[in-house]
Design a protein around this ligand. Structure first.
Ligand code: F0G
Length: 481
């Protein structure tokens, strides 16, 4: 919830109490440099004990509610027909209005099944923007991902409220060029992750749905961040100010033929599912579920997580849950802007995104700007962010580098986890880093995996810039904390 203070300033206020905590650890700057060097300048290689604030992701790292934890205690572990499944199915019916449910172990497993059932070699899959795992699965099935975002989507200094919108004209052009038979479905990702958690509007979704239906193309909705997208519609779309998050979700769902999510985000658990009202789609997915995931009534998830997901799904319709991350992200981004730290605007869901090209204008894109910034943020603060730029891209078939549209360092704000003073600390260290940015240099790969290289790749700092940054930090902060 946003409250107005007596000085007129608005701040996000937590509508929950913290009753269980996890101890955090802040290493000295010397130790931080050692950890990132050993980890190949890749923040994925760090251990929790090396990290002060873990802002790598909001995936599976959100604070669960007391009711979610309580529900876990009564889970039913039956291999087939477990009661926990039916509780989740009821929640899916109530919150999303889908009658058929297929749990999977996490979001990418849903993408794998989608690819298996729908994508054939030579197909093209249009979408408002790709996500790393989505693209890999659809390409492994022989398809090509076509991103058809609007011109405003890649503008990191925008005021446009719906940068996640799909460009309908480009959709029409694709049908014209390839014919609708080559398009197994159109995918809409709620709050497009890789371009800064940017939502689409209901107006846009309606148009996408109309054109897709006219061409017999099913609409697949990636709802991993559905409550955030609904929250932004309430904040930003005319005519929706007085609708509840639940009413907005119902309307969003009325346009979706197939829904899937990573439950690790909006629903604050670890798992995922596919849901639909189309019996044929359900049957097509169902045959493959036990092959790749598990029996229909658990789909690779722990029954405890299924119980917690049933509760989390209902809880995400509470505006104070739906807005819990987005409001902190907005505060975080606004504080950064006050310090001239270049962030993606408007602030989106899931994270405060730093525009690495503007933060480190002296580093060429071939030297992995966002990766360098992410490593530098860790050295300067102990805070773990995630590279969302060229390191997160795949090379093309000939082995050439494919440069990312945007070079972002993503500082995720998991739901209900961090406090305002922790955000203030991050902003302060980012501000210090900005003043010392000339000390940060580029990176080069020393170990490069062939697929999703951002997870396990190892890089090195060109000209050993890490040590120079460390020395400057110790000069200004003494002990190194
Ligand atoms: N779709 C979206 C929009 C996502 O953000 C993610 C994951 C997935 C699908 C895949 O789901 O991880 O449960 O298999 N995003 C995480 C992130 C990994 O850090 O943003 P998953």
């Amino acid at each position: 919830m946003i409250v107005k203070l007596s000085n007129g300033k608005e701040i996000p206020i937590e509508m929950h109490k913290v009753r269980i905590v996890q101890k955090a650890n802040l290493l000295s700057a010397d130790e931080r440099l050692k950890a990132i060097e050993e980890g190949g300048y890749n923040t994925f290689s760090l251990r929790t004990r090396d990290i002060f604030l873990d802002m790598l992701t909001d995936s599976g790292t959100n604070a669960m509610s007391d009711n979610q934890l309580a529900a876990m205690m009564v889970s039913d572990d039956a291999y087939a027909g477990g009661e926990s499944y039916y509780k989740l199915a009821d929640a899916v019916k109530d919150v999303l209005k889908f009658n058929y449910l297929l749990p999977v172990h996490q979001g990418r497993a849903a993408e794998h099944l989608l690819a298996k059932v729908f994508v054939k070699p030579g197909d093209v899959v249009p979408m408002n923007y790709h996500f790393t795992t989505t693209k890999v699965h659809f390409e492994l099935a022989g398809g090509t991902v076509l991103e058809i975002y609007t011109d405003e989507a890649l503008n990191t200094q925008s005021t446009f409220p719906f940068k996640g919108n799909l460009d309908i004209q480009k959709f029409k052009d694709i049908i014209q060029k390839y014919g609708s038979k080559k398009v197994p479905f159109i995918r809409m990702e709620a709050t497009t992750n890789l371009i800064g958690g940017q939502p689409f509007s209901i107006e846009n979704l309606k148009e996408v749905k109309k054109f897709a239906s006219d061409n017999n193309i099913p609409l697949v909705f990636d709802g991993s961040l559905i409550s955030e997208n609904a929250y932004f519609i309430k904040q930003r779309e005319k005519g929706y100010e007085n609708k509840s998050i639940q009413e907005i979700i119902w309307e969003l769902m009325s346009y979706a033929d197939i829904f899937y999510l990573s439950g690790r985000k909006s629903t604050c658990v670890r798992g995922g599912f596919i849901a639909t009202n189309n019996k044929k789609y359900f049957e097509d997915f169902k045959v493959w579920l036990p092959v790749y995931e598990g029996f229909l009534t658990y789909g690779g998830m722990s029954s405890k997580e299924i119980e917690a997901m049933a509760v989390g799904l209902r809880e995400m319709t509470d505006i104070n849950v739906a807005g819990s991350s987005a409001e902190f992200v907005k505060y975080f981004a606004e504080r950064c802007i006050e310090q001239n730290i270049p962030v993606v605007t408007p602030p989106g869901g899931l994270a405060c995104h730093i525009d690495a090209k503007r933060f480190l204008p002296h580093i060429p894109q071939s030297q992995y700007i966002a990766g360098a910034l992410s490593a530098a943020i860790y050295i300067a603060s102990g805070v773990r962010s995630m590279e969302r730029g060229t390191v997160s891209m795949e090379r093309d078939k000939d082995g050439n580098e494919v440069y990312a549209d945007l070079e972002l360092a993503r500082l995720a704000v998991p739901r209900r986890v961090y406090t305002m003073s922790q955000i203030e600390y991050v902003v302060d260290r980012l501000s210090w880093l900005l003043k010392n940015r000339n000390l940060v240099g580029g990176l080069k790969f020393i170990e490069e995996p062939p697929v999703l290289r951002f997870f396990f790749g190892k890089l090195a700092a060109l000209d050993g810039w890490g040590k120079k940054l460390l020395d400057a930090y110790k000069r200004d902060f003494g002990t190194g904390y």
